[in-house]
Design a protein around this ligand. Sequence first.
Ligand SMILES: *Cc1c(COP(=O)(O)O)cnc(C)c1O
Length: 401
Amino acid sequence: MIYLDHAATSGVCPEVMEEMIPYFTKYYGNPSSVYGFSDISKKAVKKSRALLADVIGAMPEEIYFTSGGSESDNWAIQGVMTAGQKKGKHLMTSKIEHHAVERTCAFLEKNGYDVTWLDVGEDGRIRMPQLEREIRPDTRLVSVMMANNETGTIQPIAEIGRLTRSRGILLHTDAVQAFCQIPIQVNAMKVDLLSASAHKIGGPKGIGFLYIRRGVTLEPLIHGGGQERGMRAGTEFVPGIVGFAKAAQLAEKKRREQTRKKQMLRDYLIERVVRAIPYTRVNGSRRYRLPGNVNLSFQFVDGGALLRMLDMEGICASAGSACSSGQSKPSHVLTAMGVPKELAYGSLRLTLGEENTKEEMDVVVEKLTNIVGQLREYSSEYRQMISGKKEGIAPRRKGSL
Ligand SMILES: *Cc1c(COP(=O)(O)O)cnc(C)c1O
């Protein structure tokens, strides 16, 4: 198997697993209990919180554990907006957010809040002049993701932060894809709330955090016991928290070296595919891009069929986000970037991880060339194009922006 879907999830590495196991079997005490035995769990949570805070330049008490990226996004947006209703009911987000942000904003919109949905350019980035123009006196929150899960496009968060901070507006960023992939400093970037998740960086599924800058007020999303300083109820997932911290530590230690390696493989794969397969387009900015993200569109090809055929060859890939695959709507991210429908339907996301090799890239190019060729043979539009009755809209060669 060749696994090229690291933006969907990653495996837990043995070192992380080893760190977690004792907290399932031996030190299972509830951190909220009073006896000495549960102090071991309490200390483990405390240490993990400090380690994770350090990765983004935050203070330990600004880190709140959650069940993952989705909960962190829901909490940040709903928590801020419901806490400050008198101060305003307007928030801004982009058209390319993960569904966890998009649908939370849509939910608020349905319930009497005003949402401005910012456009993105062909490169997938928001435009600062539009953001500045759309700010209103009642704007409370801007939520723009740090890096996109489909195209890997990195947003100008520090620039956004300078603007929002100067206007007294809070900034939330979904950094689930960016965390441990690119350097993040919440203070320098002037970020007020930040979402992260463990399972995208080699940690377990079902654990994440929300960074909340000291002094920011928001309502809890999960009500109940007094855990997380009364802000997020529920017995802590201690082994998960420990595993999350270990995974982040390992990922940060290897980040520079991994960035170079992934960028090299990414660019190698893109160049080879674009040279081997005509009518291919590279989606998203080439410059502001996560090191391990490849997003391509093949004209005259159905993305779903392409994924199934790659699967038969043992290659795990994605058409976009895991949540939208299986649906017959083209990706809202590619659509917002102005990718024509025909190309959005034929899109493929390949995301690299630590274990991927150049040899695997060669196999992928070979299989992809064959499969795209086969699928195009069945396409009547492709045959029309070949016989001169229809134009190819993706570039014949060199599909990059
Ligand atoms: C995966 C992902 C999420 C959701 O995180 P979970 O921990 O799976 O809930 C949110 N935002 C982005 C950008 C993601 O890639």
